[in-house]
Write a protein that binds this ligand. Structure first.
Ligand code: PMP
Length: 436
């Protein structure tokens, strides 16, 4: 009855359109760990929206900060001027990233952050007189948003084939997931360094002097929670340094506590040259992304290569509402000890994820921090159908999960308690037991 009449004619991004029309799932409100749907049902959020609400929904402090800002400063150009919250936020983000980066560049989404980082890499090399360094290296099954930069370096074959021609001169490292070696294992396999050595193969093919940057998600999220084998990221770092190649971590999912540390680079103890983030940056409340970059890279980018005038930035970069939301989010992280909570439930979470082992159709289980991928055996000829059926049943049963192919991905708000873990995995286990 409260469904919009236009629903038959519009298209929901990321939603299986035909199915959605037949079974509309409309969320109308949210608080803490729960959504409410249009029929008044309560839905436990096992996905933090779309990996983006670490502090829980409608977090009062963040809501209040956004409300206050909208009454004070609705918009301010960050082109040739600025506003105090944008600078305050930059300072706070510098602290939050341990002062490892000298500059933050604001965007409005993860996709824009990726494009910005790739362009910064190219401009940096050109400014240093290495204009030949234009090749970009991504990874199979990497996801870096939907801009042309992101789909070019991204490892989703369908996107690359359909929207080409894409950026020229892109290579892909092999993906890190090896089902045989990893199935059910709680310990990551040891072959990380060997796998990262694939970069040497690409370097040998094209010569290091042609390569600008490598971009990877530390843990690939959207393509199924793929955790790198031990030593992988460290070795990538060593090789990039050796060859003068910039290393970009796309932390749009892993940033802001997903692995129980501020960023994945903290978790793995590996320092990239640039980091992209979004989502949790504003607790999902206002669209915003960012690139953290080492000072010398930023300076080369902003000053521009000799004799060339550059122009890069977005109308809504550093929007006052986004800055207010992000500042409040960082305060909530500190005051409410969000990371401590995440660490506190981590073991309980890991046990709960692994308790699904042996249930029908479950062929692999992966978890790190507070993110998990549960891989189901596909139905012959219908890839993704089994997991999608689990998703629909879960929603009807009051739990929001997410699927990607035949993998169920879980990434709850970091404020979850043991009782939420019990509810989530209790319901999920029942669904899996009764899945066709
Ligand atoms: N990079 C990664 C690693 C992501 O997970 C996403 C979004 N899921 C993006 C980039 C794109 O972000 P956005 O959807 O905000 O453009």
């Amino acid at each position: 009855e409260s469904r919009p009449e236009s629903m038959s004619s519009f298209w929901m991004p990321f939603t299986n359109n035909r199915d959605f029309k037949a079974n509309p799932r409309l969320l109308v409100s949210a608080e803490g760990m729960y959504y409410k749907d249009v029929d008044g049902n309560t839905v436990l959020d096992g996905t933090a929206g779309l990996w983006c609400v670490p502090c829980g929904h409608a977090q009062p402090k963040i809501v209040a900060a956004v409300r206050e800002m909208v009454g004070q400063l609705d918009f301010a150009p960050t082109f040739q001027m600025g506003h105090p919250a944008a600078f305050d936020l930059a300072e706070k983000l510098m602290d939050y990233t341990g002062r490892r980066f000298g500059h933050v560049f604001y965007t409005n989404s993860g996709s824009e952050a990726v494009d910005t980082a790739l362009k910064m890499a190219l401009a940096y090399h050109r400014a240093r007189g290495e204009a030949g360094r234009t090749r970009l290296i991504g990874r199979e099954r990497g996801y870096h948003g939907v801009g042309f930069g992101g789909i070019s370096v991204g490892g989703i074959g369908g996107n690359r084939r359909t929207f080409g021609p894409l950026l020229p001169g892109v290579d892909h490292l092999p993906h890190t997931h090896n089902l045989e070696k990893n199935a059910y294992s709680r310990a990551e396999p040891e072959h990380g360094a060997n796998l990262a050595d694939e970069l040497e193969r690409i370097v040998a093919l094209h010569d290091a002097s042609t390569i600008a940057a490598v971009i990877v998600e530390p843990v690939a999220g959207s393509t199924g929670v793929l955790i790198p084998p031990k030593g992988y990221l460290k070795r990538l770092r060593e090789l990039c340094t050796k060859h003068g190649i910039l290393l970009i971590f796309d932390e749009v999912i892993t940033g802001f506590g997903r692995l129980t540390t501020p960023f994945a680079f903290d978790y793995f103890g590996v320092e990239p040259d640039m980091v992209t983030c979004a989502k949790g940056l504003t607790n999902g409340m206002v669209p915003m992304g960012a690139v953290f970059t080492k000072q010398h890279i930023h300076d080369a980018f902003m000053d521009g290569p000799a004799g060339i005038e550059l122009f890069h930035g977005y109308t809504y970069s550093g929007h006052p509402l986004a800055c207010a939301a992000a500042l409040a989010t960082l305060e909530v992280f500190e005051e409410q000890k969000i990371l401590d909570n995440a660490k506190g439930v981590q073991e309980y979470w890991t046990d709960a994820v692994h308790s699904l082992k042996g249930l029908p159709h479950v062929i692999d289980i992966r978890t790190i921090g507070l993110v998990a991928g549960i891989e189901l055996a596909p139905i012959d000829g219908k890839p993704g159908a089994r997991a999608f059926s689990a998703f629909k049943k879960a929603f009807a049963d009051g739990v929001l999960i997410r699927t990607t192919g035949d993998i169920i991905a879980l990434s709850p708000p970091l404020v979850l308690e043991k009782k939420h873990i019990d509810e989530l995995f209790g319901k999920l286990a029942t669904i899996l037991k009764n899945l066709d």
